[in-house]
Design a binder for this molecule. Structure first.
Ligand code: PLP
Length: 354
């Protein structure tokens, strides 16, 4: 992919490493860690993140099979679970690349070729993928009748673990315990995401699946002590112009300068992942000072009101940084940090420090 030159995302890999250390204090003894690196590691870069954290985790999870293939092509050797529903056309790829499939419907037993490893997925309350708990006896029979496939695990996904104290989480946990009693006791069982791991003290079974916490964010409005965002995003001023009081800026001419001063143009917009809903509600850091982005955010540019400060073209602009993180952006536009992080255009180059 040809990369964009309008901005740079920097990822601090050692921050991700120390976030995993912090989260490990919530992981019970003999429970393994699966690092969730789907969606290009939540926008951080799956290959680089997986290579760095491989010594700290026991397995990886991706959503799509091609994400798993990419990790294998870069030499990632630990088990990789693919969450998505298998695509009939691509079912041979699991075995070829030593990827673990998710079996979440009866027909998948027919589709997967001999020699494929898989985990069963049960829907215990998420309302998304998976067998229903009442199907467990049928599923157990299908596992036995398909002995040319290798069932190595069982999992389920929590719907309400973002904060502590959800009854639904406990109900889901109890259903998984019940499901387990019908299946081979050697299987790897996993249910907890970041929230389930940190905010609940139920039995974590064999493994936890850590996503957002590794990248330094808590799910929902909760806080996880000791973790730090690993990603920052910077751009530059590409134009600086003098404006006079009442001059209007951007589409709709909705913002007018309160007094004479300067406007800087930043070459990032909603194509890059600066949500248009942030218009009128975003600040950036230039020369250590905060300035407001003004007027409507456009597809490839946004404008910053520099007040009376005159900066040169080329001046560094910090977009996402400590104190103005994906969580703050998410709160402003009524979404979650996951969406902000995965909206950063993948063509923007990622640079890594460790
Ligand atoms: C994304 C995902 C996770 C990770 O969730 P976090 O909240 O990011 O920790 C775990 N399990 C499944 C099935 C997922 O889709």
């Amino acid at each position: 992919m040809i990369q964009k030159s309008n901005s740079t995302v920097s990822v601090n890999l050692s921050t991700i490493g120390s976030n995993i250390e912090t989260l490990s204090t919530h992981v019970q003894d003999n429970v393994r860690i699966m690092g969730v690196v789907k969606a290009d590691a939540y926008g951080h870069g799956a290959t680089e993140v997986a290579e760095y954290i491989q010594p700290q985790v026991d397995a990886f999870a991706v959503n799509d099979i091609e994400e798993g293939i990419e990790l294998r092509e870069h030499g990632i050797s630990k088990p990789i679970l693919v969450f998505a529903v298998p695509e009939k056309r691509f079912v041979t790829e699991y075995r070829v690349h030593n990827l673990t499939a998710t079996v979440s419907a009866i027909e998948h037993f027919d589709w997967l070729p001999a020699g494929t490893s898989y985990h069963l997925n049960f829907d215990t309350g998420m309302g998304r993928l998976g067998f229903l708990p009442e199907q467990v006896e049928t599923v157990a029979e299908l596992v036995d009748n398909n002995a040319d496939l290798f069932c190595t695990g069982v999992y389920s996904h929590l719907a309400t673990a973002d904060t502590a104290g959800s009854e639904r989480v406990i109900r889901q946990y109890k259903l998984v315990k019940k499901i387990r009693s019908y299946l081979n006791q050697e299987l790897t069982i996993h249910i907890a995401n970041t929230g389930g791991t940190v905010f609940y003290d139920f039995d974590q079974f064999s493994m936890v699946r850590l996503g957002i916490g590794m990248y330094g964010y808590a799910p929902g409005d909760s806080v996880i002590e000791g973790i730090q965002p690993a990603l920052t995003w910077k751009s530059r001023l590409v134009q600086v112009k003098k404006i006079q009081a009442t001059d209007a800026i951007s589409y709709g001419a909705e913002w007018q300068a309160p007094q004479d001063g300067y406007i800087g143009v930043i070459p990032v917009g909603y194509e890059d992942g600066i949500k248009r809903n942030l218009s009128g509600n975003l600040t950036v850091l230039i020369g250590g000072k905060r300035y407001d982005v003004v007027g409507n955010i456009t597809m490839n540019f946004c404008m910053v009101y520099l007040r009376s400060d005159q900066y040169s073209v080329g001046e560094k602009v910090e977009l996402l940084f400590q104190g103005n993180t994906a969580k703050e952006w998410a709160q402003k536009v009524g979404t979650i940090p996951y969406e902000i992080l995965t909206s950063i255009n993948p063509k923007i180059p990622r640079t890594y420090i460790s």
